[in-house]
Design a protein around this ligand. Structure first.
Ligand SMILES: NC(=O)c1ccc[n+]([C@@H]2O[C@H](COP(=O)([O-])OP(=O)(O)OC[C@H]3O[C@@H](n4cnc5c(N)ncnc54)[C@H](OP(=O)(O)O)[C@@H]3O)[C@@H](O)[C@H]2O)c1
Length: 279
């Protein structure tokens, strides 16, 4: 495992990765250099993590690292890679978090044959419960993939996919927390409507979602089997399930993922068109 990481653009996502890597021992504070745009944010991260953090300084950070993590916004990636291009080496791993930016574009910008991986994490990485999918180019060796896996395992679960799957991943797990927040919000509202206090309704709703997900993972059972275990004939749960089916809960979520996948595809095309126009 290379011990040196450059986090170029240590904002929400980059900061969460740094926190997770330090906590899991994937990297030591001395092995991470991070950059931001503003000095104010750099200073805050320095205080929080005790790492070497600079506003700007992308070239120095990239040059010193075994793994260069691009954690800036997708629109900033071309300028940043242009800036660090001549210090990139073929023995490095270039890991991009930029949503919708294809590996081929990052490879072209880097202009070198190095391992390039593209990751789609989601926001629960902040509490080390993220779901991340990763696609890598041909140059990435098994040991490079292992390094990338170690980074994201520090902040949740990780799986490797073909790059074509990235739009569906974006729609399912990238945006997914927003769908589940709506479910939690609605369960709380249901509790409130039935006279529960806000505090009790919130506590019960959040734990219900957490516990149900944990049971799916730990039993390995299909969710439909687990759902059936909660149902008693003529009981309370089946009357609620009837309502959910009547309003098309499952069809709605399937359509949401389908629509969001289309939207992610469109965004990729728009980014490609913009990059082509800019030459
Ligand atoms: N947030 C998510 O849920 C999520 C999920 C999947 C993928 N992603 C991807 O993760 C990436 C980062 O997203 P984010 O939400 O973490 O964004 P963010 O919080 O805005 O972080 C971006 C960081 O980049 C820094 N920056 C801007 N220009 C820079 C430059 N020229 N050199 C060095 N640093 C620079 C900013 O510095 P300042 O702090 O000084 O402004 C900021 O710290 C994006 O590409 C996004 O597509 C995010």
């Amino acid at each position: 495992m290379p011990k040196t990481f450059a986090v170029i653009g240590a904002g929400n996502m980059g900061g969460a990765l740094i926190g997770g890597m330090l906590k899991a021992g994937v990297a030591a504070a001395s092995g991470i250099r991070a950059t931001t745009k503003s000095e104010e944010h750099a200073a805050a991260l320095r205080t929080k993590f005790g790492i070497q953090e600079t506003a700007g300084g992308n070239r120095e950070a990239a040059e010193a690292a075994g793994v260069v993590i691009l954690a800036v916004k997708p629109s900033t990636v071309p300028a940043v890679v242009e800036e660090i291009r001549d210090v990139l080496r073929e023995d490095q791993i270039l890991l991009s978090l930029a949503a919708s930016l294809p590996i081929g574009v990052v490879e072209r910008l880097a202009g070198k044959r190095l391992a390039v991986c593209r990751a789609m994490p989601n926001i629960p990485v902040v509490v080390e419960e993220g779901a991340t999918a990763v696609a890598c180019n041909q140059a990435a060796k098994p040991e490079d993939r292992a390094v990338v896996e170690g980074i994201f395992r520090a902040v949740g679960v990780v799986c490797f996919v073909e790059e074509e799957a990235m739009d569906a991943v974006t729609a399912l797990s990238g945006s997914g927390p927003a769908y589940i927040y709506m479910v939690i919000e609605a369960l709380i509202a249901g509790g409130l409507k039935m006279g529960l206090s806000r505090e009790i309704a919130t506590k019960l709703a959040e734990q219900t979602v957490l516990g149900a997900a944990k049971l799916v993972r730990e039993t390995g059972l299909h969710p439909a089997v687990l759902r059936d275990q909660v149902i008693t004939p003529g009981g309370v749960t089946i009357s609620a399930i009837h309502e959910l089916e009547r309003h098309g809960l499952r069809a709605m979520l399937i359509s949401a993922v389908e629509t969001a996948t289309g939207s992610a595809r469109q965004r990729t095309r728009a980014i490609m068109d913009k990059l082509k126009t800019e030459g």
